[in-house]
Design a protein around this ligand. Sequence first.
Ligand SMILES: NC(=O)NCCC[C@H](N)C(=O)O
Length: 408
Amino acid sequence: MSFHVDSEVGLLKQAIVHRPGLELSRLTPANVEELLFDDVMWADRARQEHDAFVVQLEARGVVVHEFATLLAEALDQPGAREFLQDRLATATRFGPALDEPLDELVESTDAPLLAELLIGGLLKSDVASLLSAPSLLMEYLAPDDFLLRPLPNHLFQRDNSAWVYDGVSVNPMAKPARQRETINSRVVYNFHPMFTATEVNFLYGNDSLAHDTATIEGGDITVIGNRAVMIGMGERSTPQGVELLARSLFKAGTVDTVIVVELPKERAFMHLDTVMTMIDRDAFCVYPFLPSALRSFTLRAVGDGGAFKIEENFELWSVVAEALGFDDLRILRTPIDKRGAEREQWDDGNNFLAVAPGVILGYERNVTTNRYLTDEGITVVPVVGEELGRGRGGPRCMTCPIEREAVS
Ligand SMILES: NC(=O)NCCC[C@H](N)C(=O)O
């Protein structure tokens, strides 16, 4: 069976999530900001909330794969550890004295523990006994200092890989705190039997090139359907990254329209899915105070080699409607004052995960938005996210769909 995501709201059949592990216990007041969290977490409670989220998904028939398990299983496949060794030492750039100890650790650690360390981070003390040559860095670090930083944002599986129709982009991430996530995801997609049993069509990022500013993150990518994709461009996904993915999609022949929406470069607008999500075949939930002057562009394929032409749009929603073949869309903006809207948006009040057309999972705390959407005929399944939300991501951010039906 091969994987494909043919829409944003069609029946969700399979997804990858990450149950938060060791990495959450390693968030401290001193490192949260650098690790892109807003607070330290109560790790056990976050896990309970995540477990409840998975129960909700499974109750709706979604087959849920746990990322750390996939990673551990992939690490036991031939070639996986060598692949990792080649990329980890390069990625960490800790000096030649550490190449060997890191390689040895990768070679000799049991897969489940190695997966835990790759996500949870590696301390100086984890590798000290493996050191055979002098390392100034190791002298400099305290025993409890990180050699590999924890990756708490693996929780947000949406971002470091994204399926677009029948291909996947393993995304070069914008922020240093998240760049190593992509190496872990590449191990999964290139070595896990679930994926190697199929021929994975890599759209972007599955190479060892320096992607520099050509970054793109899944929170910006929405497979709206009908051979079209909408991509946010702002703090995380750059014009260069969007362009490279668009070229690859056009070349693959599965997409003929990419609608690019320019977002303000602010944390509150870090991804497209922080300000809008598609929640039904013809409906979007949109942050009510989204600046009306947002620019957008439509990229249309020209020929079959990846080339495209660009048009700047006067208005976004008519272009999206046209791409979907509708006369009109329902653009649902919660009637709420500015402060209320800002608070709910901060708490992922526009970040919904559809499991079927018009059936969405969202944080329960966004009561005004949830009530409004319910009145509009949408089924909102409430998700508890008192701890999870402190990482600034909601149900859509926490889920990487790998199989989803098209919408008729
Ligand atoms: N798609 C999303 O909006 N993902 C949430 C990412 C939150 C994470 N702390 C980050 O700053 O990247």
